[in-house]
Design a protein around this ligand. Structure first.
Ligand code: DX5
Ligand code: ZN
Length: 226
Protein backbone atom coordinates (compact mmCIF):
# COMPACT_ATOMS: atom_id res chain seq x y z
CA UNK A 1 0.00 0.00 0.00
CA UNK A 2 1.63 3.24 -1.11
CA UNK A 3 0.57 6.53 0.48
CA UNK A 4 -1.24 9.29 -1.36
CA UNK A 5 -3.82 11.92 -0.53
CA UNK A 6 -6.06 11.49 -3.57
CA UNK A 7 -9.72 10.89 -2.78
CA UNK A 8 -10.53 7.23 -2.16
CA UNK A 9 -14.07 5.88 -1.94
CA UNK A 10 -14.45 2.97 0.47
CA UNK A 11 -17.83 1.23 0.27
CA UNK A 12 -18.91 -0.25 3.61
CA UNK A 13 -20.18 -3.80 3.25
CA UNK A 14 -22.48 -3.11 6.20
CA UNK A 15 -24.94 -2.01 3.49
CA UNK A 16 -24.25 -5.01 1.21
CA UNK A 17 -26.19 -8.29 1.01
CA UNK A 18 -24.78 -10.27 3.97
CA UNK A 19 -25.57 -13.55 2.19
CA UNK A 20 -23.42 -12.53 -0.76
CA UNK A 21 -20.34 -10.64 0.47
CA UNK A 22 -17.94 -12.15 -2.09
CA UNK A 23 -19.97 -11.11 -5.11
CA UNK A 24 -20.91 -7.76 -3.59
CA UNK A 25 -17.21 -6.94 -3.09
CA UNK A 26 -16.35 -7.99 -6.64
CA UNK A 27 -19.23 -5.86 -7.93
CA UNK A 28 -18.27 -2.64 -6.11
CA UNK A 29 -14.60 -3.06 -7.00
CA UNK A 30 -15.53 -3.55 -10.67
CA UNK A 31 -17.64 -0.40 -10.35
CA UNK A 32 -14.77 1.73 -9.07
CA UNK A 33 -14.35 1.24 -5.31
CA UNK A 34 -10.84 2.11 -4.11
CA UNK A 35 -10.94 0.30 -0.77
CA UNK A 36 -13.39 -2.09 0.94
CA UNK A 37 -14.51 -0.98 4.41
CA UNK A 38 -15.40 -3.82 6.78
CA UNK A 39 -17.42 -2.95 9.91
CA UNK A 40 -16.88 -5.29 12.86
CA UNK A 41 -19.33 -4.72 15.74
CA UNK A 42 -19.54 -6.57 19.04
CA UNK A 43 -22.88 -5.60 20.60
CA UNK A 44 -20.91 -4.17 23.55
CA UNK A 45 -18.81 -1.22 22.34
CA UNK A 46 -21.63 -0.43 19.93
CA UNK A 47 -25.29 -1.49 20.13
CA UNK A 48 -25.16 -3.76 17.10
CA UNK A 49 -23.51 -7.04 16.07
CA UNK A 50 -22.01 -7.96 12.73
CA UNK A 51 -19.25 -10.56 12.33
CA UNK A 52 -15.70 -11.44 13.32
CA UNK A 53 -12.37 -12.68 11.99
CA UNK A 54 -13.74 -15.83 10.32
CA UNK A 55 -15.94 -13.77 8.02
CA UNK A 56 -13.05 -11.39 7.32
CA UNK A 57 -10.86 -14.36 6.33
CA UNK A 58 -13.63 -15.69 4.09
CA UNK A 59 -14.09 -12.42 2.20
CA UNK A 60 -10.36 -11.61 1.95
CA UNK A 61 -9.77 -13.52 -1.32
CA UNK A 62 -12.50 -11.45 -2.99
CA UNK A 63 -10.81 -8.12 -2.15
CA UNK A 64 -8.31 -6.99 -4.78
CA UNK A 65 -7.92 -3.45 -3.41
CA UNK A 66 -7.45 -2.67 0.30
CA UNK A 67 -9.15 -4.44 3.20
CA UNK A 68 -9.95 -1.67 5.67
CA UNK A 69 -11.24 -3.23 8.90
CA UNK A 70 -13.04 -0.95 11.37
CA UNK A 71 -13.12 -2.56 14.79
CA UNK A 72 -16.07 -1.34 16.86
CA UNK A 73 -15.21 -3.74 19.65
CA UNK A 74 -13.93 -3.61 23.22
CA UNK A 75 -11.57 -5.01 24.25
CA UNK A 76 -9.51 -4.90 21.06
CA UNK A 77 -6.14 -6.41 21.96
CA UNK A 78 -7.18 -10.09 22.33
CA UNK A 79 -8.46 -10.09 18.72
CA UNK A 80 -5.72 -8.19 16.86
CA UNK A 81 -3.78 -11.27 15.79
CA UNK A 82 -6.93 -12.98 14.53
CA UNK A 83 -7.86 -10.01 12.32
CA UNK A 84 -4.27 -9.72 11.09
CA UNK A 85 -4.29 -13.43 10.25
CA UNK A 86 -7.59 -12.87 8.41
CA UNK A 87 -5.70 -10.58 6.05
CA UNK A 88 -6.63 -7.05 7.12
CA UNK A 89 -4.46 -4.39 5.48
CA UNK A 90 -5.62 -1.70 7.91
CA UNK A 91 -6.92 -2.37 11.43
CA UNK A 92 -8.67 0.59 13.02
CA UNK A 93 -9.42 0.67 16.74
CA UNK A 94 -11.42 3.28 18.64
CA UNK A 95 -9.74 5.73 21.01
CA UNK A 96 -12.72 5.16 23.31
CA UNK A 97 -12.41 1.35 23.33
CA UNK A 98 -10.20 1.17 26.41
CA UNK A 99 -7.51 2.79 28.55
CA UNK A 100 -4.54 1.49 26.56
CA UNK A 101 -4.95 2.76 23.01
CA UNK A 102 -1.18 3.36 22.78
CA UNK A 103 -0.52 -0.32 23.41
CA UNK A 104 -3.29 -1.31 20.99
CA UNK A 105 -1.76 0.74 18.16
CA UNK A 106 1.68 -0.76 18.88
CA UNK A 107 0.16 -4.24 18.76
CA UNK A 108 -1.60 -3.59 15.44
CA UNK A 109 1.66 -2.53 13.78
CA UNK A 110 3.53 -5.40 15.42
CA UNK A 111 0.98 -7.76 13.83
CA UNK A 112 1.95 -6.38 10.40
CA UNK A 113 -1.09 -4.18 9.71
CA UNK A 114 -1.40 -0.46 9.12
CA UNK A 115 -2.75 1.11 12.31
CA UNK A 116 -5.93 3.17 12.30
CA UNK A 117 -7.39 5.24 15.12
CA UNK A 118 -11.12 6.04 15.12
CA UNK A 119 -12.69 8.95 17.00
CA UNK A 120 -16.36 9.10 17.97
CA UNK A 121 -18.19 12.37 17.25
CA UNK A 122 -17.98 13.37 20.91
CA UNK A 123 -14.22 12.81 21.17
CA UNK A 124 -11.77 15.72 20.84
CA UNK A 125 -8.24 15.90 19.46
CA UNK A 126 -6.40 16.52 22.76
CA UNK A 127 -4.76 13.08 22.96
CA UNK A 128 -3.57 12.98 19.37
CA UNK A 129 -0.12 14.59 19.73
CA UNK A 130 0.91 11.51 21.72
CA UNK A 131 -0.43 9.10 19.13
CA UNK A 132 0.25 10.72 15.76
CA UNK A 133 3.53 8.93 15.16
CA UNK A 134 1.88 5.57 15.77
CA UNK A 135 -0.93 5.77 13.23
CA UNK A 136 -1.34 5.38 9.48
CA UNK A 137 -4.99 6.48 9.41
CA UNK A 138 -7.36 8.50 11.56
CA UNK A 139 -11.04 7.78 11.12
CA UNK A 140 -13.34 10.64 12.07
CA UNK A 141 -16.80 9.25 12.76
CA UNK A 142 -19.50 11.52 11.39
CA UNK A 143 -22.26 9.42 12.97
CA UNK A 144 -22.32 7.60 16.27
CA UNK A 145 -21.02 4.14 15.33
CA UNK A 146 -23.30 1.14 15.18
CA UNK A 147 -25.60 1.54 12.21
CA UNK A 148 -25.60 2.49 8.55
CA UNK A 149 -27.91 5.10 7.08
CA UNK A 150 -27.62 7.72 9.84
CA UNK A 151 -27.47 11.47 9.40
CA UNK A 152 -24.10 13.22 8.97
CA UNK A 153 -23.01 15.24 12.04
CA UNK A 154 -21.83 18.62 10.73
CA UNK A 155 -19.78 19.58 13.79
CA UNK A 156 -17.11 17.14 12.58
CA UNK A 157 -16.12 19.30 9.60
CA UNK A 158 -14.24 21.70 11.85
CA UNK A 159 -12.63 18.76 13.67
CA UNK A 160 -11.26 17.46 10.37
CA UNK A 161 -9.83 20.87 9.46
CA UNK A 162 -7.97 21.01 12.77
CA UNK A 163 -6.86 17.40 12.41
CA UNK A 164 -5.48 18.10 8.94
CA UNK A 165 -3.38 20.94 10.38
CA UNK A 166 -2.08 18.73 13.21
CA UNK A 167 -1.03 15.99 10.78
CA UNK A 168 1.11 18.29 8.65
CA UNK A 169 3.40 16.28 6.35
CA UNK A 170 2.98 12.98 8.16
CA UNK A 171 1.76 10.16 5.88
CA UNK A 172 -1.56 9.70 7.70
CA UNK A 173 -4.86 9.18 5.91
CA UNK A 174 -7.93 11.04 7.16
CA UNK A 175 -10.96 8.81 6.75
CA UNK A 176 -14.56 9.91 7.22
CA UNK A 177 -17.17 7.37 8.22
CA UNK A 178 -20.92 7.96 8.38
CA UNK A 179 -23.51 9.82 6.36
CA UNK A 180 -21.28 10.41 3.34
CA UNK A 181 -23.30 11.35 0.23
CA UNK A 182 -22.63 13.61 -2.77
CA UNK A 183 -23.85 16.46 -0.51
CA UNK A 184 -21.52 15.84 2.43
CA UNK A 185 -18.46 14.47 0.59
CA UNK A 186 -17.25 17.90 -0.67
CA UNK A 187 -17.32 19.37 2.84
CA UNK A 188 -14.93 16.71 4.04
CA UNK A 189 -12.72 16.69 0.95
CA UNK A 190 -12.25 20.45 1.37
CA UNK A 191 -11.56 20.01 5.09
CA UNK A 192 -8.69 17.64 4.25
CA UNK A 193 -10.08 14.11 4.22
CA UNK A 194 -8.87 11.62 1.63
CA UNK A 195 -10.80 8.39 2.41
CA UNK A 196 -14.59 8.58 2.24
CA UNK A 197 -16.47 5.57 3.60
CA UNK A 198 -19.98 5.20 2.25
CA UNK A 199 -22.45 2.41 2.90
CA UNK A 200 -26.02 3.28 2.06
CA UNK A 201 -25.05 5.92 -0.51
CA UNK A 202 -23.06 3.35 -2.54
CA UNK A 203 -25.29 0.27 -2.30
CA UNK A 204 -28.66 1.99 -2.78
CA UNK A 205 -30.55 1.02 -5.90
CA UNK A 206 -28.19 -1.78 -6.96
CA UNK A 207 -27.53 -5.48 -6.47
CA UNK A 208 -25.06 -8.10 -7.66
CA UNK A 209 -27.31 -8.75 -10.64
CA UNK A 210 -27.71 -5.01 -11.30
CA UNK A 211 -24.39 -3.42 -10.21
CA UNK A 212 -24.52 -0.36 -12.50
CA UNK A 213 -26.06 1.84 -9.76
CA UNK A 214 -23.06 1.05 -7.54
CA UNK A 215 -20.81 2.65 -10.15
CA UNK A 216 -23.12 5.63 -10.60
CA UNK A 217 -23.26 6.15 -6.85
CA UNK A 218 -19.46 5.91 -6.45
CA UNK A 219 -18.89 8.32 -9.33
CA UNK A 220 -21.42 10.80 -7.92
CA UNK A 221 -19.54 10.89 -4.60
CA UNK A 222 -16.15 11.13 -6.33
CA UNK A 223 -17.22 13.95 -8.65
CA UNK A 224 -18.83 15.87 -5.78
CA UNK A 225 -15.65 15.47 -3.71
CA UNK A 226 -13.71 17.01 -6.56
C1 DX5 B 1 -21.21 2.94 11.20
C2 DX5 B 1 -20.19 2.28 10.31
C3 DX5 B 1 -20.15 2.84 8.95
C4 DX5 B 1 -21.44 2.69 8.19
C5 DX5 B 1 -21.60 3.87 7.31
O1 DX5 B 1 -21.03 2.53 12.50
O2 DX5 B 1 -18.89 2.38 10.87
O3 DX5 B 1 -19.05 2.34 8.21
O4 DX5 B 1 -21.49 1.54 7.40
O5 DX5 B 1 -22.83 3.78 6.72
P1 DX5 B 1 -23.49 5.01 5.95
O6 DX5 B 1 -22.57 5.41 4.85
O7 DX5 B 1 -24.79 4.45 5.50
O8 DX5 B 1 -23.65 6.12 6.97
ZN1 ZN C 1 -17.08 1.93 9.61
Amino acid sequence: MSFDRSIKIAPSILSADFANFGQEIQAVEAQGADWIHVDVMDGHFVPNLTFGPATCAAIRPHIKTVMDVHLMIAPVDPYIQAFADAGADILTAHLEAGPHIHRTLQAIRAAGCKAGLALNPGTGLDDLPYLLDMVDLICVMTVNPGFGGQKFIHSQVDKVKRLREMIGDRPIHIEIDGGITPDTAPLMAQAGADVLVAGSAVFKGGSVTNPTPYGENIRAIRIAAG
